[in-house]
Design a protein around this ligand. Sequence first.
Ligand code: ADP
Ligand code: MG
Length: 255
Amino acid sequence: MSDPIIKFDKVVKRFGDLTVLDALDFEVMRGEKVSIIGPSGSGKSTVLRILMTLEGIDGGLVTVGGEPLWHEPGPDGLRPASEAHLRKMRAQLGMVFQQFNLFPHMTVLRNITEAPVKVLGLSKADAKLRAEELLERVGLADQAQKYPHQLSGGQQQRVGIARALAMRPSILLFDEPTSALDPELVGEVLNVIGQLAEEHDLTMLLVTHEMRFAREISDRVCFFDQGQIREEGTPEELFSDPNEDRTREFLKAVL
Ligand code: ADP
Ligand code: MG
């Protein structure tokens, strides 16, 4: 686990007058499982959205797998990334959203096969095989022909996870994947994420309010505050013995 697969180097992100990320330095090692915790508005989702190429950056450099994400080599050094470069880089990442973001007019199966067919050029038959295997894995083998609205929130989110995995990403991003769920449905989704966390090669970046779960599955926990990492460490260090008052205050409020 010695080379960073994700690197933010003095990354600046603004929305108008609001500076959301203020020269953020952040690294994730290949295969590492990192949880991001922190107050609402601290920039957690923005970090994931930048990696997913859903938001651009205003300064600094982001690299994924050693290559610049938002830039590409040009004749006079780095220049802004082309759409083709972004597409290539994006293929390394999958994201699971708080609100599931499934396509409502498509069956569960089609939700999972759509991108592998359209983006990776898989045959429909191969995409279907891959989807069925993934549905099996998330415990939804019998739901392939249903539409999202016919499923519970927990089932929909498990489809969301299967959909992200169908692209075989090396990095999986989760943005509060259980926050929109009724409490009794949280466990089934955390179980699936917990199983994924056992995969040695998969890099995981998880924004969550589930502190006990973060503690269980993470190699490292980062406490975000005002667009900066205020404190980071092993779950043991961060949860049991935080150094910063701000971390302690936050944990006291959420635990
Ligand atoms: P978190 O996920 O930690 O709650 P976000 O990354 O979503 O925080 O947002 C960080 C800050 O940026 C918040 O103040 C939010 O209101 C603001 N923000 C996020 N997205 C936008 C946007 N598209 N336009 C304007 N402000 C935004
Ligand atoms: Mg957020």
